[in-house]
Design a protein around this ligand. Structure first.
Ligand code: ZN
Length: 246
């Protein structure tokens, strides 16, 4: 997510100066990192033409040169990984982890969150998890948080009891509300940005715990056929860390 997910803060009534809410909003709006982001090349091109030229480059440079990679994929897929990553345009896991086509069954959503087993609320992620575990039989599910995640900032900025500004966003990021409360209780002396950094990892752990509420995940883990791994990509410092969920 770009900083745009902080928009809920911008749309809220302006808190009184000196309040904790004002401090948090200020921390999102006045940092140097909130300068207009650099414009990608596609901003200067017709959007559809950019896609066409991008594919043509991929076809010439990759697809046509690696038949040993792409020919077997015509018959099916047998990915090792299921990857959950944020929709943020800065952290594509295939790019940052060098994952090849056919290697990772991937879900990207706001803040790479996974809700608990619920056949009515989280059918998108639930169906992907079920297919990855039961049909594709992936051996590793990786949930990756990242630095400066707009979804995490939005979650930490939300005031208890205040009205939602979006139709979906706030309710989605509340999946990791338990992690937010824990971070706020244990790290309240830290600056907002440091709390965000801690919450980026804590939210991953909530999602890993939620994964274990899916019966087929629980069973595969118990049988030693599936490993659950947390990850964090720090694109500010160029670091990637992982940890195995216990
Ligand atoms: Zn994000």
């Amino acid at each position: 997510m770009s900083g745009c997910l902080c928009l809920p803060c911008n749309k809220r009534p302006t808190p009184k100066a000196g309040s904790s809410a004002a401090t948090k909003v200020d921390s999102l709006q006045k940092k140097p990192t909130q300068q207009p982001p650099p414009q990608p090349p596609s901003k200067n091109m017709d959007a559809v033409e950019r896609l066409k030229s991008g594919f043509q480059k991929f076809k010439t440079d990759v697809y046509d040169k690696k038949p040993e990679l792409f020919e077997p994929l015509k018959e099916g897929q047998a990915p090792t990984y299921m990857v959950f990553a944020c929709s943020d345009s800065r952290c594509c896991p295939s790019v940052t982890l060098g994952l090849q086509p056919g290697e990772a069954f991937t879900v990207r959503n706001i803040a790479s969150m996974i809700g608990p087993y619920d056949k009515t609320k989280y059918t998108g992620t639930g169906s992907a998890i079920e297919y990855a575990v039961c049909a594709l039989k992936v051996s590793c599910i990786v949930v990756i948080g990242h630095s400066r995640c707009g979804g995490i900032k939005a979650l930490l900025s939300m005031q208890d009891g205040s009205a939602d500004n979006f139709h979906f966003v706030e309710d989605w990021v509340r999946i990791c509300h338990p992690a937010k409360k824990k971070v706020q209780a244990e790290c309240k002396m830290l600056p907002f940005d440091e709390q965000c950094s801690i919450l980026e990892r804590a939210a991953v752990n909530v999602s890993l715990d939620n994964l274990k509420t899916y019966p087929f995940v629980k069973e595969a883990v118990a049988n030693g056929k599936l490993k659950l791994v947390g990850g964090h990509y720090d694109f500010v410092n160029g670091k990637f860390e992982t940890w195995v969920s216990s």
